[in-house]
Design a protein around this ligand. Sequence first.
Ligand code: GDP
Length: 442
Amino acid sequence: MFASLSDSLDKTFRNLRGVGKISEKNITDALKEIRLALLEADVEFTVAKTFIEHVKEKAMGTEVLKAVKPGEQIVKIFHDELAELLGGDQVPLNLEAPARILLCGLNGAGKTTTAAKLAGRLKREGRKPLLVACDLYRPAAIDQLATVGGQVGVPVYTPDTSESDVVKVAQDALSWASNQTHDVLIFDTAGRQEIDERLVQELQRLHSFLTPGETLLVADAATGQGAVSVARHFDEAVSISGIILTKLDSDARGGAALSMRAVTGKPIKYVGEGEKLDQLFEFHPDRMADRILGMGDVVGMVEQVAARIDEKDAMKSMERLASGKFDFYDFLDQMKMISKLGDMKGLMGLLPGFNKIKKQLPDAAFDPKRMKRTEAIVLSMTPDERRRPEIIKASRRRRIAAGSGVDIIEVNRLLKQFGEMRKMMRSPGKMQKMMGGLGGGM
Ligand code: GDP
C-alpha cells in the first residue's frame, strides 16, 4: 500500500544522507519533495502541510545542522513524527465487562469479514467471543457471518428472519448470552452504499441501547480520502472509539491510513491485510512508520509466523533435522508449514529492505501452484520411496510423474533439489551454522 510513497522517501533521504554538511536549503528542498510525495499518496492536504511544518521545525534545530550524520537525524525526526501522526502508542481494545464491540461501516468495507477476524483473534487470545448478526436487511449477510464465524470456530447468534427491529435483536442476543459463558460480544451491523438517515438512526438506537465499550468503524483503506470522510460522518453519528482499516494489502496509495488519525482524532486499532481470516493485525504506529520508511517490521513478521505455525511442530521438525534425519515425510511437513504461512510476499514485505529487492525476485518463488505440484509428486511416492528416496530409479520416476500428473522433468528436479538439501542437512557443520543463525542453542 505504501510502495510508491516508500520509494519517493527512500530517494529523498538517500540524497540527504549523501550530503556531508546540510544547509537549511537542503532541508527545505527535501521537505518540499516529501510534501509532494505525501500528497501523491493521497494524504489530506492540511494533514500533509501541518506534518511538514512539524518536521521542519525540528529539523532546522542547530543540533541537526551540526550533527555528524545530519541525514540520519532527519530520517529519525521524520520517523518519529510519522509514528506520532499515525497515533503514537498502540491503543488496546477496551474489554471491560460487559465487553461489547459494535462494528459499523459501509457495505463492502469488510465489516462481516472483520467481525470474524476479530472474533478469531480474541479467541486465540483466550477470550470466549460471541458474534451477533444485526444486519436485518440482507439475509445473505447473516448467512455470511454464520459461515465465517464457523470458520474461526466462534458461535454466531442469528436473529429470526421475521424480526425487523435491531434493538429487539440485540436484547434477545443479550438475554440468550446471559446463560452462556461468552465474555465478549461482537455486533455486526447493517451497512449501506452510503451513509443515510435511516442507517444513522438505527445505529444510534442500537448504540444507546448497548452502550458498547468499543464502537469501531470498519473502513476500506483502498477508498483513500473517501474512507476519512466516512469516518468523520460515523463519528458524528455515534462517536466511534476507534477504526479498523481494511485492505491495507491493496495497491491503493495509503493516504487514508496516514490521515485517518489526524482528521478524526480516533485511533486505528487494527488493520486488515488480506482476505484470510487470520489477516487482522494490531496497529502499531511506530512499526507502521518503520514499514513506510522501508525499515521493515520484524516483530510483526515473527508474530504473524507464530500465529500461523504450531511451535511444537516447528521444533519437532527442527529436532529431526538436527539429528541428521531428513526424508520426504520431513520435506512434506516443512512444505505444509510453509504453505500455512500463506501470503509469502506479504510476509516477506515486513523484512527491512525487502521492497527494494522485490522486483528482482521471480514470482515462481512464491507460487502456491508450484508448491501444490511438488506436494502431488511427494504424495505419489510409496511410503518406502518417501523414506528412502535413493531407491527412486528411472521407471519409478516415470510412475510418479504419471501419478501426480506432472512432467518427469519436474520429478527429476525435485529429487535433485531434495538430494542437495539432504546433503546439507547431514553435514553437521552446516547444520550447526544454520541453527546458530536461527538463534537456537541446541
Ligand atoms: P461488508 O459488506 O462490509 O460486510 O464486507 P465483507 O466482509 O463482505 O467484505 C467485502 C470484501 O472485502 C470481501 O470480498 C472480503 O473478502 C474483502 N476483504 C475484507 N477485508 C479485507 C482485507 O483486509 N484485504 C482484502 N484484500 N480483502 C478484504
